[in-house]
Design a protein around this ligand. Structure first.
Ligand SMILES: Nc1ncnc2c1ncn2[C@@H]1O[C@H](COP(=O)(O)OP(=O)(O)OP(=O)(O)O)[C@@H](O)[C@H]1O
Length: 313
């Protein structure tokens, strides 16, 4: 079976600036993948190419093996852009009805259930809605035909926590019924809640991808060590390849930020008397901050690289 999303060497240049650089990824049917990265990393630009709204400077995108702009592909896709531009004049009900006419398969009972669960008022004019309420309308529109593939650009931005929670429950239900979900986000707890894996992009390039547990393990981890007697010198620790940073402000205690298997660190520490050692599992936030800021590029699983060419269409 073809991947739900397949990007090969996708590149987007705006003049001489490369916003997305040689991005290759596969999203398997039925999986839920988070797309993470700092502001300006290239998430929205990549997503716009994935859904066929922006022409790549180089590289290809296929959704279920087909062109994203083909009508047949559009029928399988639910998309919510990061920046919504909705017609202000109609009501929510009229807006959803007009979107429904553009595609087959809208399930009106499910649409009404979504309206109810996301607390959308269908009688309101779109122009009178707050940013969060506009986003809810877009989410109902993307979900109401139960598409096989949902591509969502920061879908929960602007939603209050209760609605956010309900929306993630709805996404989890869609995933359990077989939908593929690719969502960009800044909220790592939400990605952790629903995604199986994540792709991390920085400055237009993928810096990590893989199952969330692997990404967390591959990120920097903090060890806090209290010594009962002698302690290693800072130089000894810094010479170890995995040592990212070191703090030793309190006598007899050290905080070591470490990347990679901890064997060499434990081997060194074992030569000293240790009274306590803790290594809290990094939360996803901490783990991804290290991917966001690291200067080296490290891939934790499959995927490829390379490409180039000028100007936005
Ligand atoms: N039409 C455009 N013309 C020129 N530069 C652009 C254009 N669109 C995006 N960019 C630039 O491309 C880079 C990536 O932008 P993009 O919106 O894809 O990032 P993002 O990861 O979605 O960021 P955020 O998390 O802030 O939404 C940014 O430096 C942005 O300024």
């Amino acid at each position: 079976m073809s991947p739900a999303v397949e990007c090969n060497n996708l590149t987007k240049k705006f003049g001489s600036f490369t916003a997305v650089d040689d991005l290759s990824l596969n999203v398997s049917p039925g999986s839920v993948v988070g797309f993470l990265g700092p502001n300006g990393a290239g998430k929205s630009t990549s997503i716009r190419m994935m859904v066929g709204l922006s022409i790549p400077s180089a590289g290809t995108v296929r959704l279920f093996g087909a062109d994203p702009r083909a009508q047949k592909t559009r029928e399988c896709l639910g998309y919510v852009p990061g920046e919504l531009r909705l017609d202000e004049r109609p009501t929510v009900r009229e807006t959803l009805a007009s979107w429904g006419r553009l595609r087959s398969g809208v399930n009106s009972a499910y649409r009404d259930e979504l309206i109810e669960r996301l607390s959308v008022d269908p009688s309101k004019k779109v122009g009178s809605l707050s940013t969060g309420n506009r986003r809810k309308v877009a989410l109902v529109g993307a979900l109401m035909a139960r598409p096989d593939l949902l591509i969502l650009d920061e879908p929960t931005s602007g939603l209050d926590p209760l609605v956010q929670h309900e929306f993630l429950t709805i996404l989890a239900e869609a995933a359990s019924e077989g939908a593929t979900i690719f969502l960009s986000s800044h909220i790592l707890s939400e990605v952790e809640r629903i995604a199986d894996s994540a792709v991390v992009i920085r400055a237009g390039e993928i810096v990590a991808d893989g199952p969330i547990g692997d990404l967390r393990r591959g990120a920097a981890q903090e060890f806090r060590v209290a010594f009962s007697d002698r302690s290693p010198s800072a130089g000894e620790l810094r010479r170890l390849e995995g040592c990212r940073s070191l703090e030793a402000e309190i006598p007899g205690e050290m905080r070591i930020e470490w990347v990679g298997p901890p064997g060499p660190l434990l081997e060194l520490l074992s030569r000293y008397g240790i009274s306590a050692i803790t290594a809290p599992e990094p939360d996803l936030e901490t783990a991804f901050l290290s991917y966001y800021s690291t200067s080296e590029t490290k891939r934790t699983s499959s995927a490829q690289r390379r490409g180039g060419d000028p100007r936005e269409s």
